[in-house]
Design a protein around this ligand. Structure first.
Ligand code: HEM
Length: 527
């Protein structure tokens, strides 16, 4: 037989290719028609259909999924559905529907899908963001909120102020006073990392050489790469979970690394507490104190601490980087910001937290950066725990719900010329992002970058303070220039769950002599 095959390959080949062709045709037919039949059959007992949407199932969505979601919103309307593998997604692209679903019906739409890579392999159903909507989530969120309310932020205001001073000094010295181009990624990550380390572990990195900075960066980038809401086929095609893949291996390795890094830091806090040291109030200290009462196991503690760093570092550092990427191509914005700063602050004082209300154009810039470059275009999908009918459309239990931030942020009824970076649209907006999210008129909400409903980002107040001090002081201190030979891309980005710009460099040229002296004021501070 084998001799026959070798001797007459031309006979075997047509037979094989006919089988392959038949198989392919069958697969294509199934792929085309089964979803169609299936979609038609997904109705509730009263015959209400699921929201309309694209016919085909998607194994997963390719690069720039937000653009596909936006295209479908235009085609199928403000609430549509699509199957990714065997998972039904409902995509919400209208502010009123977003409020109806995520806020008014939060009791039904506030859980999380048990993603195979993100939730099972890496976070193991913990870390607040991966928890199902249950008492454990409530308890963990309550513990975390102690460090994230506006009042809590006030209690460590000096620390954030101090870290932003170090940030400016780092930009100044890294850029050799404006003569050497700077990649803002490392410097801004260290700033947000130090803030989050102080809040979560009562510590900070003293130097750029601290290996914790690079490890945090590596962990966060690996996390962002592995965990996009529609990034892994195994999340949607169950049999693929039985085959060991490199992503599964990477996910488990990442989990172990997170336990190793944050576990070691937690143990350091414990050692200090055991030694009777006066450990500053921080998440880790609280976790050790309430461990038994709240039934926290070791993985709960490590993952809770890790998510503070993961949730808080890259998102805020990313906005600082997007701001620096945008500014050189918007000289009018820079000019008006400088005019406002010069007339309100002058050159003798740089902006502090309490100056925010006196600098409305600067506040508007920060909101506009968040609108045009929200780090999470799909927020973190919510998951439904009951069947629900919305205006005649059936949303079955176990549906993943996407807040389509990209389309919401480019809604022409809400934002004139939405593709233009124009801080003026926020000039009369005096509310914080947290207060804006509570507005009863959703068309007045500033943006949706922090999500919606019961799972809305609990770190908004922290993020706002961190961003204000970084961006207002950057504007006061420097003129930002693009390098003619290194154009900055505003379209490309890194990460599938959290977006940061692809690395770029800018020249940060001090605006006046006073920058030099103000940065020397705290010489006792390690840089
Ligand atoms: C610009 C900065 C930030 C942005 C844009 C952002 C955005 C988001 C979004 C979109 C969600 C999902 C919301 C939803 O499910 O509807 C979220 C959740 C979360 N964020 Fe943030 N975030 C930022 C900063 C922070 C900071 C500084 C912290 C920590 C101090 C933090 C901690 C968390 C946590 C723990 C969750 C999970 C909440 C839950 O599932 O109940 N975030 N964030």
């Amino acid at each position: 037989m084998s001799i026959d095959i070798i001797a007459r390959p031309h006979v075997i080949l047509p037979v094989l290719s006919a089988k392959v062709t038949l198989g392919l045709l069958l697969f294509a037919a199934l792929y085309t028609f089964v979803p169609y039949l299936f979609r038609k059959n997904v109705v509730d007992k009263d015959g209400n259909p699921i929201p309309p949407g694209p016919l085909f199932r998607f194994p997963y969505l390719p690069k720039f999924p937000e653009l596909s979601l936006d295209k479908w919103a235009k085609q199928f309307g403000p609430i549509y559905s699509l199957f990714v593998g065997n998972q039904l997604y409902v995509v919400v692209s209208d502010p009123h529907i977003a409020r109806d679903i995520f806020v008014n019906n939060g009791a039904i739409f506030s859980s999380r899908k048990d993603y195979f890579i993100k939730n099972q392999a890496i976070l193991r159903g913990r870390a607040i963001t991966a928890s199902q909507y249950n008492d454990k989530w409530r308890a963990h969120r309550r513990i975390a909120m102690q460090f994230m309310t506006p009042r809590a932020v006030q209690s460590y205001a000096d620390m954030v102020d101090y870290e932003s001073h170090i940030l400016m000094r780092s930009f100044y010295s890294e850029g050799c006073h404006g003569t050497v181009p700077v990649n803002p990624q490392y410097v801004s990550v260290r700033y947000t990392l130090n803030v989050m380390l102080a809040i979560s572990l009562g510590t900070r990195t003293d130097s750029f050489k601290d290996p914790l900075i690079q490890r945090t960066l590596d962990i966060a980038l690996e996390f962002n790469d592995l965990t996009g809401p529609v990034a892994n086929m195994a999340d949607f095609i169950t049999p693929l979970q039985w085959i060991p893949t490199s992503k599964q291996i990477r996910g488990r390795k990442l989990h172990d690394e997170m336990v190793e890094v944050y576990g070691a830091l937690l143990m350091k806090v414990k050692a200090r507490m055991d030694a009777g040291e006066d450990v500053p109030d921080c998440l880790a200290k609280t976790l050790w104190l309430v461990r038994d009462q709240e039934n926290l196991d070791w993985e709960d503690m490590c993952m809770l601490t890790a998510v503070f760093v993961l949730g808080g570092v890259h998102s805020t550092a990313g906005i600082v980087q997007w701001f620096l990427a945008l500014l050189p191509s918007h000289p009018d914005v820079a000019r008006r910001a400088h005019e406002e700063l010069d007339s309100v602050m002058g050159v003798d004082n740089w902006p502090a937290a309490e100056d925010e209300t006196r600098l409305p154009y600067l506040r508007a810039i920060i909101k506009e950066v968040q609108r045009v470059h929200a780090p999470f275009w799909m927020a973190t999908p919510h998951y439904s725990t009951e069947d629900f009918v919305y205006k005649g459309l059936f949303i079955p239990k176990d549906t993943a719900l996407v807040l389509n931030c990209y389309t919401l942020h480019h809604n022409e009824e809400r934002y004139t010329d939405p593709h233009i970076f124009n801080p003026d649209r926020y000039l009369n907006d005096t509310l914080s992002c947290a207060d804006s999210a509570k507005l009863s008129n959703v068309m007045e909400r500033d943006h949706w970058a922090f999500g919606a409903g019961r799972r809305i980002c609990p770190g908004i107040a922290v993020a706002e303070r961190v961003l204000w001090l970084a961006i207002s002081r950057l504007l006061w201190s420097f003129n930002v220039h693009e390098l003619p030979s290194e154009p900055i891309s505003l379209e490309e980005y890194e990460g599938t769950s959290g977006r940061t710009p692809v690395p770029f460099r800018v020249n940060l040229v001090p605006r006046h002599e006073r920058v030099h002296s103000i940065l020397q004021l705290r010489d006792e501070i390690p840089a």
